[in-house]
Each structure stands twice: as C-alpha cells, then as structure tokens.
Design a protein. Structure first.
Lengths: 421, 153, 421, 153
C-alpha cells in the first residue's frame, strides 16, 4: 500500500477474501473495482453459512426440536445483530427481505392498502429524485399509476447534487412520501437526508431511504437519518445474495397492513378471514432466507470487528486517491462530485468518445473489473446527456495499487482503440 | 491476448469509419431498439424498392461492436433482394449463437463475407446483444417496409 | 436397512449429508423426520455454493467482466437446469422467487392489475381448498378482499381427500382462478390436479398449483399437471433457503403486468414512465438470489443423479412402512389417507390425548425431530376438530431404522406421561 | 435426561389434575389468547371482589406446560389482592425470561412457590410462550375486570 493510511492492514484483511487471489485470463490477478454492484465475501461469512447448513439446518419458528431451536436462535440472533449494526431502537423494527429492491416494493405496496393517514390515493404525491436507482423509481411509478397519485422528483445540479432550490414547491401538503437515495450508486453523491426528512415531516410525509450504498460504507444510525423507513441490501456489505433489511419505526410498522400472505405472518387463519402477527413477522411471509440472514449477521460482525469508522475512513481515502488519479488521465470526465466531501465511493466517468462497453472489455482483458452501462439509473444518465458510463467502485479491501492499475489500464484502452483526447 | 479475437481489425475499421450512417428519407419501415442492460439504442430505417433493399439508414449510440455491426449490416444487405437479406440476417444470428466456433464462421463465410469477423463476439454473452441490436432493428423495419408496400412481409 | 428395497443405497447416500452424522444432547444420533418442513442439504450443494462465492461471485446481467460473465452463465444455467427438472417447455417460463410463498403472492398480486381476461375484480371468484397451506390461502384472501372478489373453497372428506361432490357448484363462470395444493403438507393427500384443471379450464379459469411438497418427491412435468402456473420451493428439495421457482405458461406470463419494480425487470426507465422486460426478467426485480439459484441447480442435479423415479419409489416405500408401523402403536390416529395410494410422504397424527408439543419434546430428548403444531394449515386442523398434530416426514435419506426409532420413541412418550390408550 | 428439568413432577401433577378448570360465572373480564406457532388457545375469566381476585376460570387446548401453568396460576392468584396478583404475574414473566437460571428461580421462590418448577421451561424458547399463554390472558382479563368495577385498572 502506498498513498493512503488505513485503520487496518488492507493486505492482511485481503487474505480473508479467497476470490481476491483469483487469477483471470492470461494470468492477470483480479482487480475488483465493482463493489458498488456487489461486494466480495470473506471466509468468515462463508464459514458461518456452511456451519449452519452442516450442523443446525432446520426451519425456524415452527419446530420443537433441537435443530429447530438452534436455527431459530441463529436467525432471530441475526435480527439482533442487524438491529445493533444500524442502531435500531428495537429488534422488532428489522424486517428481513430479499434485498433493498424488495424492501422498497414492500413499502410502496402496503401504502396502497394502508389506513389513513398513510394510504396513498388519488391527488396524493410521492416525491423521489432524478438520481434514484430504478429500484426506487419503478415501485413508486407502479404505486402512483395504480392509485391515481402523482409522482414528482427533485432535479439535479450540474455538479450531480440535488437541486433543492424549489423544494418548497415539491414538498407540499399533498406529499405523502419522500423516498430518496442516501448515497447515489452512480454519482456517489451523499445526500442531506436529515434536512430533507425535516422538511418532509413538516407536511406529515413519510421519509423512505434507499441506503443500499450507505450502510456498507458508513457507521449507520437509522434514527439519526431522520427517516421513517430505511432499506439496504446484504450482498453489497459482504453478505450473501438473497437477503436485505428494511428498518421501520415500530409504531409505523404496527399501523401498516401486511405485504405478502402466508406462513409465519399470521396470528389466526380461517377460510373466511385471517388476523396477522405484529411486526416484524407480519411482513415476513413464508420460510425466510434463514441461512442468508445468518450469513448477513456474520458479515455485520466482520464489519464491526474491522470498525465501521475504519471502513468509512478507508473508503474516503481510497476514493480521494482514485478521484485524483483518474482526473489526471486525459479524456476522463467524472460525473458527480469531483472531491471527496459528501461523497460515497462510486466513481462514474466518461472517457473521451469511447463507449463504456469497450472500456470495460479492454480493462477486463487486463483483469480489471469495472462496470459499464447505466447502472440501473437511466434517468440520471439522461440528465447528463449520456446513455451509459463506466464506474469504478472500491471497498474495504481495495488498494491504491488497484487504482493505479485502473489508471494504467485506461491508458491501454486509449492505445488499443488508437484514439487521443 | 484474447481481446483481438473480439475486436478484429475489420471491426475497428468499421467502428472508426462507419458506412451508411445517418437517417435518410424516404423509408418504408423504421425500428427503434434498446439494449436494456446498457441503454444503447439504435433507430434504423429500411427502404425497399420492389422487394430489393434500396437503403438502410441508422443512428444511435452504442459501443464499437454495435456500431461496426450496423455498418457491416448496411454493406451486406443494401442492394440485396429482401429474401436474401433475411437469409443474411439469419446467418448472422447463427454466427452470434455459435459461441465463437471457428467452424461455424467458416461455413458462413460465403454468406457473411467480412461479417464473419464478429465470430469472436459470440464468446462474450454480454456483448452478443450489442452485435445483434442493429440486426433486430433491421428485421423489424424490413417487415414493416414489406407490409407497407404490400409485399412478402 | 431392513424392510424396504430402494433403487439406491440409502446408507451410502446418507454420507453426502454432513448433518446426519450429528450427535444431539445425551449423545443421541439425529433422527430427522421433519423433511416436509425443510430438507437437509448434501455436500454437493454446499460445495457449489462455496465455489461460487470463492471463485465467481459477481452481480449478474450487469457487468462486462469475467466474474460477471461467469456468475451470469451459472445463474442463467440454473434456470436451464430447473426448466429441465420440471420439463418446462421454455427456460423463459422459470421465474426465480424466494420460495413458493412469494410465488403464490406474485400470482395473486399481478392478477389484481392484469388486463382482461386475467384481472380479478368485483363479482369474480377464486377457488381454493380447505387443505391449503396458509401460503395458498392468505394471498387469495388479500386479493379477494382488496378487489371485491369472493373466495370459495373445496371441502374435505373424513378420509382427508377433496370433496369433489359439489365441484360443479364451486367451479362456475364466475371462477377466475383455481389454486390448490398438489400434495398436502399436512394430510399427505395427492390431489387429482389434472381432473380439476380440466374442469377449471372449461370455464376459462386459471389453474395454480402449490407444488411445494410434490416437486421434491415426484418426477415432475409441469405441463402434464394441466396447470397454468406451478410454484415450488428450494429448501424442501435439498436446496438453499431463500430460493424458489414459479413456472408459468409463456403466453400467460407475457400477458401479465410486473410484480415488483426495480433493476433488471425494465426495458426503459424515464421519470415519467417505464417499459418492462419480457418474462422471466419482468418478474425478477432487483439482484436475484444468485448463489441460491446456483445452489438449487446443484440440488436438482443431485436429485437427477439419484433419479427422481428412485426418490419417489423410496418415498412410497418408506411412507408405507411408516404408516404400518405407526398404526400398530396404540393410541395413534392418522389424519389423512392411511395407505400409500395417491399419497405423499407427510404423516400427521394424534396420539391419545397427548399434545403434539409434549410428544415432540419427549421425542426430541431422544434425538428424534418431528414437527408439532398446525404446520401452517389451521383450517384443515379445524376441519378435523383439532388444534394441532404431530407430523413425521421422510425424504430420500430416511431409513426404516429411523421409523423404528420413532415408533419406539412414541412408546417412551406414553410412558413418560404415564398414560395408556 | 434434560427432559425432567422441564417436566418437573409438580408440573405433570397439575397437568393430570388441573385446578380451577372450566369457565364460570360471574366474571368481570375475559380474554382469549392464541399461540400463533402451534394454534393453542385459552379463554380465561377473572372475577374481582373489591380488588381481590375472587375467581380465575379458564378453558382451552394446549400442551402440558400451558395447562399446568394455568392451573398453578389459578392456585397462586385466587384470593390475592390485585396488586399482589400482578406482582406474581410479573415474577412469573421474569422466571420465564431467566433462560433457566437456578439463581433466579431461587430468588423468586417466596413469591412464586411451586411455580418456580417452571424454571426449566425458560431454557426452551419455543415453549416459553406455552407457559405464558394463561398469564397473558390473566393480565388482559384482570385489567378489564378492574376497569369494569371502576377500580385500579
Ligand atoms: C404445501 C406447502 N405450501 C407452501 C409452503 C410454504 O413454503 P415456503 O415457506 O418455502 O414459502 C409449504 C412449506 O412450508 C408447503 O408445504
Ligand atoms: C442505490 C441502490 N439502490 C438499490 C439497489 C438495488 O439493490 P438490490 O439489487 O440488492 O435490491 C442498488 C444496487 O443495485 C443500489 O446501489
């Protein structure tokens, strides 16, 4: 490591991640700069998964036997771990979902059927932003189209920040929900969510946060965000695929109707009519992703052991380093904030007239994994007049040498296509 | 490195200097295609003249593979009778689904000429759509054009 | 092994399942008879999971890099494997879900918003049965309550079979959906689904099957069932938790609106409006359960290698053996069919006046894991005048010695509570 | 075997020969409780007489633990002033949450008498709800009864 100082030894930590030792085609070592898309997994998470399946596998909350009790204890223990990880006031506020996409759909869905004052209906408005991931746009389009409500959005400045100049026109008495991304997966922008939450609460609107990129990178305190509901996803924070978390204020969750129907979410079922369990089980129909919740708890334990302060500091340092290195490459234009203030770790850029697919393909031939495309955020690309971009994103295992490899790789891309900028 | 198997010189040439680019009038059919995974787009027009492809004009944004593929499409099908143009399109699809098999490319060389250079793309599933984008638009637009002129569509 | 002959060596096969070597409290070996609740996992599935995370982990369908291509190939390859496993005519008919509960909710949910003729609205009827799992009752209660439709159900005979005597009154021109369980998780009953499907199709109703207990046990052919939609769940067929499959006829899926909104299910997204991908991706919003789908494919490969004919034959033989052994225990009353014809492997019973919790607890102290409770099927318990039952359920790794242990254990239960029947 | 730590003889005695079972009139409050995981149910009535628990009557279905627990509840609270009955209920909850800790049982022996036999149940999370079912019903029904008579509810 050169260039930055971290609160832990990155080289030692990397040994926990088996995939980082992988050699790709032409014996290139893997340079994984696609962590905003999904993170790699440490041995500790994989070991916990395997141990669960090999020693304790059973369904939860249903069986009076030793395996069932062990599985239930581990699964409900994972709820405790995740509650602590994001400083939730109560473990009953932690709902396990498949990922943040399901979490956001859960919210949008139940608001169609909720009792007043939460129900979204004709004349009501839902406010999002132009920098949202599709997962925080389409659920609200479906909700508003189906209920006769209206979807509005906060625009962006040329610097890739929220344009809050007309916020008073956008947040009105008609606003029932404000749902926004905490840290953008495309621009990297860290949004002033507490300010916006305060404004939204003045008109009685619910505030929902897409924290898919925030929780993996920042010491997180759900109540400090000012939001009513916060969703995040396990696979981006060292956890397995197939698991995510939706946090919601207890009294709010208690007032919302169920999402899916099925086993575990009920109190009593008759053919004519059913009554439902309280939160969180009301929102967890069917066999939950048991092993995945346990694996996610192992991931949270791992991050806690490293220290989320250290993780955040490393992310800041490596992002600052990358921003500097990339801006020194002729032809690179960074989309979004160009310095590290109020910024997360995703760095999207254009490179002359080269297409992200071509850039990514040549980098890949050197073992460097970046993402090229619209990153599930087409509207923000359109806002900046482009269809696609290239994105490099670091995480706690990323080294400055990998950033150097990227910068060097970009020079080779340019040469390969025989262009100059 | 493997890269040159995808980016053959002939592909890079078409990318740098595309043939027949731009949208032109008149046209009998037009199609707009989007690649949902990357957002690339093409608008492509076909003008028929008595079942012969008189012009293929196109515009859009996309990577070198999709741009070059559209340029080569233009070269291959303009001037061909529609049934033959459709054969070429079918052969190109076969090439893309061949997983990069040289034998397939060889067997299609008479039909596809320079376009067999795309054989290497077939080894990259994520890029096959790029190469096919223009061809999907062609299939669509040529059908419309045929219907419009009351032909074999 | 004594008593039954199987198409494979059960003792050899058991060595693939690490958990079956587990010793429980008081050094009792595990006797796992709760497979209808969840199955145990062979090493081959766990190895595939680990290999994926350690060598190929990346997000799918989004990245142009080697890991991304490998992960996508494995994930989409899993779709091919599952399509072949249930003989789906097209791979595009396989939707990955969290489990059958999510699959059934998906169907019930999109039918509220579908175009005619599929839309369920006021005056329409949905028909289920009294032997359904809560996961095939509550979603339809929610749908019918919310749309003004009516829920009806097929009753049961005292033998625990569907009472089809009044089927003509139940399936009418008003019936839009008939949704039923293929093999009951409580009674074990195998239902005549093809007959019912034919009747339902005569009035133009959609037929949905809950095949959670059927696909793990039977060679399965989705089109042979006559149904339009079939759901099943991975964790009951040697696969990981957090994954299931919904199969649907291609033309039907193509006509249905999306379920959740988000990444991967779109064609184009603008702030004003979005267009959607075709099936199956239209119904798979967000990062899918990637590793879990790959693990489920490994499970399907394992079952295919054993041979589903052999699995079914073993299930039949061991169930026949268990039915005989249990009926020889004084005080045991089997709920549902008492012989193995048209029957799956779950055996629920009452035991004198003893409560399932007490039975299960004493059996557990001997290392024998059964389920006691309502098994997420309260209505069928109520139908038989009880609140709960004890259930023993075998799978391909179950031995007759384990059934003997259960019979012996029940005698000890009786002695422990000092009762005679 | 561990089993006897849960099923102490005193519990089995109450299970075989429950005290105060059956629903009786008059009553000031009634509560119906369901254990969603197993479907067990209890209906329990409380009759107060000037803030003294005059009767607790109950009926339902459930396992030996829930049946015995309701029988012991009856023995412990009938005849007690309501505040004291509530203390007993709180102590029983503490016992159940003690994870089977003998020291906790010991410290509660004066208050709970025979009911400390339930300490072993605290080690089986799936069974704690069984033991508490009647007590939850008692809390609910006694509150209603107190409100009904305009007392300390
Ligand atoms: C017949 C039946 N339907 C539905 C389910 C629910 O399955 P899952 O919890 O995996 O969604 C089960 C198992 O619990 C079942 O046996
Ligand atoms: C900001 C943001 N929101 C939502 C998502 C969707 O997450 P998932 O696909 O895990 O549901 C992502 C990642 O893809 C993201 O970065």
């Amino acid at each position: 490591m050169t260039g930055i100082v971290s609160g832990y030894d990155v080289e030692v930590l990397r040994k926990d991640f088996p995939i980082l030792e992988r050699r790709l085609a032409d014996d290139h070592p893997l340079v994984y700069l696609d962590s905003a898309n999904t993170s790699q997994k440490p041995r500790q998470v994989l070991d916990r998964l395997r141990e669960h399946y090999e020693q304790h596998n059973a369904n939860v909350a249903r069986a009076v036997h030793q395996l069932g009790e062990e599985a239930t204890a581990a699964f409900e223990g994972a709820r405790d771990t995740l509650a602590a990880f994001v400083k939730a006031p109560s473990r009953d506020e932690i709902i396990f979902t498949r990922g943040v996409t399901e979490g956001l759909n859960l919210v949008a869905n139940v608001l169609a059927w909720a009792e007043p004052p939460y129900r979204v209906g004709p004349g009501d408005e839902v406010l999002v932003t132009e920098m949202e991931h599709h997962s925080n746009i389409v659920p609200w389009q479906l909700l508003t189209q189906r209920t006769g409500a209206t979807l509005r959005w906060i625009g962006l400045t040329d610097e890739g920040r929220l344009d809050l100049s007309n916020l008073d026109e956008l947040i009105t008495e008609r606003t029932k929900v404000v749902s926004l991304v905490h840290v953008s997966n495309m621009l990297g922008t860290l949004n002033p969510v507490a300010d916006i939450a305060r404004r939204a609460h003045e008109v009685g609107a619910l505030v929902v946060l897409d924290a898919a990129q925030a929780v993996p990178q920042l010491p997180y305190d759900v109540t400090a965000t000012g939001a009513d509901i916060v969703g995040f996803t396990g696979h981006k924070m060292l956890g397995p695929t197939g698991i995510g978390v939706l946090w919601g204020r207890r009294d709010l969750l208690a007032a919302l109707p169920p999402f899916h129907g099925g086993g575990e979410m009920i109190e009593d079922v008759r053919m004519e009519r059913s009554t439902y369990a309280g939160p969180p089980h009301r929102f967890e129909a069917g066999t939950p992703p048991i092993a995945q919740a346990i694996g996610l708890a192992a991931a949270a334990d791992y991050l806690t052991a490293v220290g989320m302060d250290n993780v955040a500091a490393h992310e800041q340092a490596i992002t600052a380093y990358a921003l500097e290195r990339l801006q020194a490459v002729p032809g690179i234009r960074i989309l979004g904030p160009t310095t590290v203030e109020d910024r997360g770790g995703a760095i999207s850029f254009t490179y002359g007239t080269l297409h992200p697919h071509d850039i990514g393909q040549v980098l890949d031939s050197l073992g460097i994994a970046v993402r090229g495309g619209h990153h599930c955020a087409k509207p923000v690309h359109r806002r900046f007049g482009i269809g696609a971009s290239t994105r490099a994103s670091a995480y706690l295992y990323t080294t400055t040498a990998e950033i150097d490899a990227l910068a060097g790789g970009l020079e080779q891309v340019r040469r390969f296509f025989g262009v100059r900028f | 490195m493997q890269l040159t198997s995808m980016y053959q010189e002939i592909i890079l040439d078409h990318y740098r200097d595309p043939h027949g680019r731009g949208l032109r009038e008149p046209y009998g059919g037009e199609s707009h295609q989007v690649n949902p995974t990357c957002g690339d787009e093409v608008t492509l027009r076909v003008q028929l003249d008595d079942d012969v492809v008189r012009d293929v004009s196109y515009e859009g944004m996309g990577c070198s593979i999709s741009q070059a593929s559209q340029s080569i499409l233009h070269d291959l099908v303009v001037g061909q009778p529609l049934p033959r143009a459709r054969e070429i399109a079918a052969d190109f699809l076969t090439l893309m689904q061949s997983k990069g098999e040289p034998a397939v490319a060889e067997s299609l060389e008479d039909s596809l000429e320079d376009a067999v250079a795309f054989v290497g793309v077939g080894r990259y599933p994520a890029r096959i759509k790029c190469a096919l984008l223009g061809w999907m638009a062609f299939r669509d637009a040529s059908e419309q054009a045929a219907v419009a002129q009351g032909g074999t569509g």
